[in-house]
Design a protein around this ligand. Sequence first.
Ligand code: F6R
Length: 251
Amino acid sequence: MKVICVDSERAMSAEAARLIAAHIRVKPNAVLGLATGSTPIGTYEELIRMHREEGLDFSEVRSVNLDEYVGLEPDHPQSYHYFMKHHLLDHIDIKPDHAHVPDGTARDLDAVCLEYDALIRELGGTDIQLLGIGRNGHIGFNEPGDAFVPETHVAELSDNTIEANQRFFRSADEVPRRAVTMGMGSIMQARHILLIACGESKADAVYGLVAGPVTPKVPASALQLHPHVTVIVDMAAARDLGLPGGLFGEA
Ligand code: F6R
């Protein structure tokens, strides 16, 4: 696991975008695994800038998003379909049918989950998977528990996640209780994993990710078993890692 500690959220976003863009330049039809939430917004802004100013070409790129709330229509402002269109997809030249977000409104969610893993396989696997991290160490909506769930599945959101995500809704009552999420295996099949985190509220989770025991109680800790992970953190999120700012560390 390579840990890159930078001095600002802006630097984190620029570094993450640079890495994703490099994948696209090397492989124009790269499969990108994408995330939502506050953390990747700056990365998406930088990718849009690279598209506009540097001609970064998404026309052959395919994307698969990590997750979607159950029950939110794609045009609901808090759905991850809407988020992706608003923050990235509408501003680049990716073909609409090349961009995939799980369907959280289908009647048969089990079928949605099976088809999503099949889709990832059909695309040839993910070249680079972008991840944020929850304060409780979740990735996607793989919440802390007693076992890792390998496949895409319907997850119950933990109280911690509902509380963290209520800032996007009018109240905690409006936060959906369930989500379709890639499982740990669906995430770990990616050839390269890029996790970004900033702010002190993520420091405990980042410590568990990098230096804690591998345990389903901190789902992100499983990334220690992946051969090609890059973690980009600001100094606040790296609080307990003992890495001097600006240096690249191997953990
Ligand atoms: C989003 C996702 C989540 C977020 C995590 C951090 O698709 O899968 O795991 O990455 O909850 O969210 P933010 O970035 O809002 O702190």
